[in-house]
Design a protein around this ligand. Sequence first.
Ligand code: PHE
Ligand code: NA
Length: 433
Amino acid sequence: MQERETWSSRVGFILAAVGSAVGLGNIWQFPFQAANNGGAAFLVVYLAAVFVIGFPALLAEFVVGRNTEQNPVDAFREYAGRSWALVGALGVLVGFWILSFYSVVGGWVLRYIAGSATGAYFADPSGYFGAIASGTDALALHLVFMLVVVGIVALGVEDGIEMGTKVMVPSIVLLLVGLGAWATTLEGAGAGYQFYLSPDVDALVANLPSVLPSAVGQAFFTLSLGMGAMVTYSSYLGEDDSLPADGATIVVLNTLVGVLAGLVVFPVLAAQGLSMETAGMGAVFESMAAAFATLPAGRVLGLVFFLVLLLAALSSAISLLEVVVSYVVDNTSYDRKPLAAAAGVGIFVLGIPTAFGINALSWYNAVAYNLLLPLGGLGIAIAVGWVRPGRSTTELRRGSGASQAAALAWLWALRTVVVLALTVTLVLGVKSL
Ligand code: PHE
Ligand code: NA
């Protein structure tokens, strides 16, 4: 076996993990999930899901990764026993699955970068999306996106992943803050804020059975949970980090980006007179394109916005591929480069149907949200919370100064709230597939 790689620093780890978390999930998916699930009502349930379920689940993945220093398959085998390797294996498959359509959306972003530079979408910002989302061009751009992802992962943990994620987070936050401030000046934006920020409590209660699985699924997707990405990244970690502090940083930054994206998209949709309730997978692309078409210096702004979105998508995509690659690197004598390329080919092929139809893409997406991620998360929570409780609390506390009481609170959150919420999500989510 080759010698295992590590991050060069704690900051490198945190940035890479934030890079994995912050992605299309925050800026592309979050607004349309919110739109389809009642706007503000979704925001409330989603925020609760992130902090009450996502945060403890994130720490569970960190515990397994740092403790075992292995890819997810071998990590779970060593951590909880032979048959738990299945949880890791599911994660590797889910990495394949999610990246296959994530990359198609990454291809849309490439398209909008070019479209900003040339002004291609300026004449018909809302029609443009429908015209480019599916077809042979979408397929070609899916290929280009996958080539870039494979290229970065082939370079390795420190030179590829760590270097690649360093500029991204600050630039995303800055840009979204700027766009958010501009959005407040738009005429007609008020309806967008209203939809996004003032929950209708009766509707919330009535719709909870459908909002809950979407919100929990979104919390898992957005934090890169339930499939071993965070296990993999923390497996490259040294000893003396505080897992709870790192986890909190990641959760807060990721949430901030998601909420900010909503503060841009909804007012802009409202100001354009576009529908919020029925906003679909094109919501962000259509609303942002419409905004840039009317803004002074819209070409430059559009270019910058979609470039940032590309960086966010790439830094998440590499973590999806890294789950697959870390498994084969740890278990074969082949070099990282050909392995990354081979995995990339498989993922490209799996994604082909989603490049030819929005319906296929939304089905792939729903399978990940409603089934695969909650299922993986449930396996992880049980392995960490119920199968190896002592090992888990000890590892959580290591290097952090966290008290035993705090570790136990985390353990019981995992054992009860997280397991229960994921079970309910799974039952309700599978029904709605
Ligand atoms: N968290 C990423 C996003 O929000 C997507 C992702 C999911 C990445 C699962 C890795 C693992 O875009
Ligand atoms: Na995210």
